[in-house]
Ligand binder design. Structure first.
Ligand SMILES: *Cc1c(COP(=O)(O)O)cnc(C)c1O
Length: 399
């Protein structure tokens, strides 16, 4: 018989969207009502407004609203004409959609390991892959083992921190690779030079999944681009490739964002910087509390690169005895999540790529050690300190 454990002293969910909704309920309801009154649900004025505002916000020329972050990545790959026989370099330590969309085009995901401090793609690993495993044949960069043509690089700005792009952009220029940024978790994140996530490469891809810093009331996403022709091509592919309507030089899809989602996002965008700032403040409270708790060796707080503007879509620590800690925190009323428990090169669906455990040791170690803590803007200081106190109690053996 297990003892009935006492109710936790406090509840700290991983995410609770309700308090945020309360602050914007009147405005969002009015915006939704206005769309209902117009009965204009597809690619209307809310979508146009959102695209214009987000292009400006992300320091790009064009925004193309799409149905999800996943579809943003797929549309970007299709627009760059990536398909069977091609390969795209990316990280194995990310959400499934990053490599999933590459594979769905018929191309091969070519994985490179991550930097342990930031969990982002390691430029040295990318260089080693290009120089050690690829060669030039008739102007194309060919991955020797698979015979695929390497066409693009897809870095991920994981957890809301920009992947240091200078070395990656230099490698891409040298190897003539297109760059697609998976900025799904990083809207508003900047590097030390003030450059916005999504603005570095040929195409930047954002997600408005409800858990992201700018979350819709359902699925939505966005592609951004600087190049006029590439942006226009994405707009055409978003509506089945028909240009003019019913004339198809290309096979596209239905990748449209809903007008209702755009209306909600136009309201929320006014608050985005404030919400992200409060997430960063929560991160500083955690950082200071972990430093005071003396948990070196047990808990490693996330690394924020100097001068970078981190938007903390997630606050992810590395810990010892991760799974036991997670269970103890659940009993204490603290919600956590593991992003991500299985690196993509070890996923069953990618078995045909022929990877084995040990191929990307930093990604594999991260998958065993990382734990995301609650970081959403409306958390109270008491809740944040309770989380750190319960973690300290676990390592003190009192949990
Ligand atoms: C959320 C996310 C996506 C996919 O976005 P959806 O809107 O859920 O389709 C892709 N990549 C990363 C890194 C993400 O976090």
């Amino acid at each position: 018989m297990t003892e009935k454990s006492p109710a936790p002293a406090m509840r700290v969910p991983l995410l609770d969207l309700k308090p945020q909704y309360e602050t914007i309920a009147a405005r969002t309801r009015a915006a939704i009502e206005a769309v209902c009154a117009s009965q204009h649900f597809i690619l209307g004025s809310e979508v146009k407004t959102l695209e214009t505002r987000l292009a400006a916000y992300t320091q790009t020329r064009h925004g193309i609203g799409v149905s999800s972050g996943t579809d943003a990545l797929l549309l970007a790959l299709m627009a760059l004409r990536i398909g069977p026989g091609d390969a795209v370099i990316t990280s194995p330590y990310t959400f499934f959609a990053t490599a999933g969309t590459i594979a769905r085009t018929g191309a091969r995901p070519l994985f490179c390991d991550i930097e342990p401090a930031t969990f982002n793609l390691c430029p040295r690993a990318v260089r080693e892959l290009i120089e050690g495993q690829c060669e030039r044949r008739d102007g194309a960069l060919v991955h020797r083992a698979s015979g695929t043509r390497v066409k693009a690089l897809m870095p991920v700005h994981l957890y809301g921190q920009v992947c240091p792009m200078e070395p990656l952009l230099a490698l891409a220029r040298e190897a003539e690779l297109a760059v697609i940024e998976d900025a799904a978790q990083a809207i508003g994140a900047r590097d030390a030079g003030g450059r916005q996530a999504g603005s570095f490469g040929d195409i930047g891809c954002f997600s408005f999944f409800p858990t992201k810093n700018l979350g819709a009331f359902g699925d939505a996403g966005l592609c951004v681009a600087q190049d006029d022709a590439l942006a226009e091509h994405m707009r055409v592919l978003r509506v089945h490739g028909g240009q003019p309507k019913y004339h198809h030089a290309f096979i596209g899809g239905n990748f449209r964002i809903d007008e209702l989602q755009a209306a909600v996002l136009n309201v929320k965008l006014d608050y985005l910087d404030d919400w992200s700032r409060r997430r960063a403040e929560n991160a500083r409270v955690y950082d200071a509390a972990f430093a005071r708790a003396g948990l070196e060796g047990e808990v490693t707080p996330p690394t924020a690169l100097p001068g970078f503007h981190h938007i903390y879509n997630q606050y992810v620590i590395r810990v010892r005895r991760r799974d036991a800690l997670r269970e103890a925190l659940a009993r204490d009323g603290v919600g956590t999540e593991i992003y991500y428990p299985i690196p993509l090169h070890l996923q069953q669906c990618f078995a045909s790529l022929g990877h084995r455990a040990g191929d990307f040791p930093e990604s594999e170690r991260a998958a065993l050690e990382t734990l995301a803590l609650p970081i959403y803007p409306e958390l109270t200081s008491e809740q944040l300190h309770y989380v750190v106190e319960r973690i300290a109690a676990f390592y003190a053996g009192g949990a």
